[in-house]
Design a binder for this molecule. Structure first.
Ligand SMILES: *Cc1c(COP(=O)(O)O)cnc(C)c1O
Length: 430
């Protein structure tokens, strides 16, 4: 109860989070959470799956439509599990090879090797669970994106089996076409981890990996795509479908959290209906918040590119080290004022001697505040509140009262079916 109360009175800015609609919630808290349905729809290993199959079929139909593709597997129970399906399909059982973005540049721990170059054990998922040898692509700190020429060289020299795009710090579309062509020269598959940007892609903004050369795209279903916590994998490669299916079940899954499949069906329907408007506003708000913070003297990265083309912005707060501290310190101060956001490693932090516990950056996302109905004016209000805390060093307890007052107007979830019945009406046609 305390948690719920706190989050109704806060400004939620974590880029990997979002909130679900009442219709999605009804599907998720249902009898489906008591049931099992191993296998593919129509080929189950359990009885009692009549309606579960119908719902999963609908969920796959909607997901294929949203991402314009011929294969959607909605069984992976999270983004990491969807990545494991992809690793199973595309890398060797022993000494597999993958190229991806470095974790300190915004890559995800699920892409990581077991050991860092230094020999230190870091237990990245790809290395630890699948024994994959990981070579990092080159990154251009000034553009906050992969360096195409230098990365092409890495791919030609390392000859990976899988080239993986995507990450958790993700401001600009990755060069899927350019580097995907190089990957194909060396016989590698191309994967795209859309955990963060799936909603932006489905609604037609950002980039379109399946058209740009990606063989598969994996995702979490709860970041810019505002569904329940779950995962999915999509592809347009007819010849890979059987393999991809088997690499999910039986290779990795038993039960696949049927209540979340039901919730996901509704969330994807909502995005087919409201996603164009929602995700345009998410991106506009991210740019507006970047501009508003920048004008107030806060060093938002990538001003020369309009700060971002996604739902997130990255802020360099190293100039405040002497006055109020670094990312970890600032995260705590803002949390006391009910502004919830994440510290984040900057691409140059490690080189400059900073650590992920207290890095030089913050990552700020606009998916959830947009869903609560906030727009450009509110981005200015939020920038002002952050300025009061970071630059003017105002007492967080005082600012918290302002945050609670500010949030009172924004209690309803937008861009969704307002009642479960509206959702069911829509789904009837599938
Ligand atoms: C969040 C994230 C994941 C993990 O997703 P889960 O659904 O939490 O398992 C994977 N890859 C990237 C790039 C992410 O940002």
């Amino acid at each position: 109860m305390k948690h719920h109360d706190w989050f109704k009175k806060s400004i939620p800015l974590i880029a990997s989070e979002n909130i679900t609609s009442p219709a999605v919630d009804e599907a998720c808290v249902s009898d489906f959470s008591h049931r099992y349905a191993e296998g593919w729809s129509g080929e189950r290993v359990y009885a009692g799956c009549t309606f579960i199959d119908q719902i999963e079929d609908i969920c796959m139909d909607l997901t294929r439509e949203y991402f314009n593709c011929i294969h959607a597997d909605v069984r992976p129970v999270s983004g990491v599990v969807a990545n494991l399906v992809m690793y199973n399909a595309f890398t060797s059982d022993n000494n597999g090879k993958m190229c991806c973005m470095a974790i300190v540049r915004g890559g995800h721990i699920s892409h990581g090797p077991r050991f860092a170059k230094s020999g230190r054990e870091i237990f990245g998922t790809a290395g630890t669970t699948r024994g994959i040898n990981v070579e990092y692509l080159a990154f251009d700190n000034d553009e906050m994106n992969l360096d195409i020429d230098a990365s092409a060289k890495v791919i030609r020299e390392f000859e990976p089996e899988l080239l993986l795009f995507g990450g958790s710090v993700f401001l600009f579309p990755h060069p899927v076409k350019e580097l995907g062509d190089v990957a194909k020269e060396v016989g590698a598959y191309v994967g795209y981890d859309a955990a963060h940007v799936a909603g932006l892609i489905g609604s037609g903004y950002f980039q379109d990996p399946l058209r740009e050369g990606a063989d598969v795209m994996t995702m979490s279903t709860h970041k810019t795509l505002p569904g329940p916590q779950h995962g999915a994998l999509v592809s347009n490669r007819e010849d890979l479908i059987d393999k991809l299916r088997s690499c999910a079940f039986p290779a990795l899954l038993s039960n696949h959290h049927l209540h979340n499949v039901a919730g996901l069906a509704i969330a994807v329907a909502e995005m087919l209906e409201f996603g164009k408007e929602y995700h345009k506003n998410v991106i506009d708000n991210a740019k507006a918040l970047g501009q508003a913070l920048y004008e107030r003297g806060i060093n938002v990265l990538m001003e020369h590119k309009g700060f971002t083309e996604s739902h997130q912005i990255v802020v360099d707060i190293t100039e405040f080290e002497k006055t109020i501290g670094l990312g970890g310190d600032i995260e705590k101060i803002l949390e006391k004022a009910n502004i919830i956001l994440n510290r984040n490693l900057l691409p140059y932090d490690i080189a400059q001697g900073r650590h992920y516990q207290n890095p030089g950056g913050l990552r700020i996302g606009t998916s959830e505040i947009t869903r609560l109905g906030m727009g450009k004016n509110e981005m200015t209000d939020i920038a002002e509140l952050i300025k009061k805390l970071i630059i003017e060093k105002k007492d967080p307890k005082k600012i918290r009262d302002e945050v609670i007052e500010f949030r009172k107007e924004f209690q309803e979830i937008k861009y969704c079916f307002q009642t479960p019945n509206k959702a069911y009406e829509y789904l009837k046609f599938y």
